[in-house]
Design a protein around this ligand. Structure first.
Ligand SMILES: [Zn+2]
Ligand SMILES: [Zn+2]
Length: 247
């Protein structure tokens, strides 16, 4: 089965991917927004979200890049384009690396922990740090909280997210055989089970760096099937839900 066909999983059709990176994330990919749009078009996504790393990531774009996104194209090649950011949590107080005045102009944001920008120390209550970070405007999604290097209390964090209308992502990159994050398989199962139990929707993300993996959720599908995760709680498959969250 080709990759393009895989996107249209019979139970979990993927209409959007909101976690993608362009050359502006500075990770060695030279692909631009338009290259990712072409991938999204070829894979029949309805919505592509660009979420480059916040400015604290070495080599990433400056605040003025994010400020200027409000002037960028919103539709191209039949794909609706949204502009967000993958913010870095920069300290234990949950501060992030874009000012609220810039965040207000974005469509959405992830909050993520990426050492060495911020390396949590032992015994820090990271759950509280995430909860503080959730107070910034436009934070809609928790980025790869499955990473076992930075443990959180999943039940507490997900209940706090639910109270605030914020959703966890299930990150395909965390589940890849060569993933550099740790514990993805085990922790994504736990996350999905809790979300099923408390009826909290999840966002499936490719975390594609460049055009190659835009819309690719191939390692997430087996977990959804194993847990019999309800389709109506998958934001990517449920138009009513994504419209409520994003627009
Ligand atoms: Zn990340
Ligand atoms: Zn990312």
């Amino acid at each position: 089965m080709s990759f393009t066909t895989d996107l249209f999983h019979k139970n979990y059709p993927i209409y959007l991917d909101l976690h993608t990176h362009t050359i502006s994330s500075g990770h060695g990919s030279t692909d631009k927004i338009i290259d990712l749009v072409h991938s999204a078009r070829d894979r029949r996504l309805t919505i592509l979200g660009i979420s480059d790393h916040g400015p604290a990531t070495s080599g990433s774009a400056s605040p003025s890049y994010f400020r200027g996104l409000k002037y960028a194209d919103r539709h191209k090649e039949g794909v609706r384009i949204l502009y967000g950011a993958e913010l870095n949590i920069i300290d234990e107080e949950g501060n992030v690396d874009l000012e609220d005045s810039i965040l207000e102009n974005l469509d959405y944001a992830f909050i993520s922990i990426h050492p060495p920008v911020f390396t949590p120390y032992e015994h820090l209550d990271l759950t509280e740090t995430y909860i503080k970070a959730m107070n910034h405007p436009k934070v809609s999604f928790l980025g790869h909280i499955d990473d076992a290097r930075f443990p959180v209390n999943f039940e507490k964090l997900l209940m706090a997210a639910k109270d605030r209308g914020i959703y966890p992502e299930i990150n395909n990159g965390s589940l890849m055989p060569n993933a550099y994050r740790v514990g993805g398989q085990k922790n994504c199962r736990i996350l999905l089970q809790i979300c099923k139990d408390i009826r909290l929707p999840v966002l499936l993300s490719s975390d594609s760096h460049g055009k190659k993996n835009v819309g690719n959720m191939e390692y997430i599908f087996p977990l959804l099937e194993e847990i019999d995760f309800p389709e109506e709680l998958v934001i990517n498959s449920n138009q009513q839900l994504w419209e409520k969250i994003l627009f």
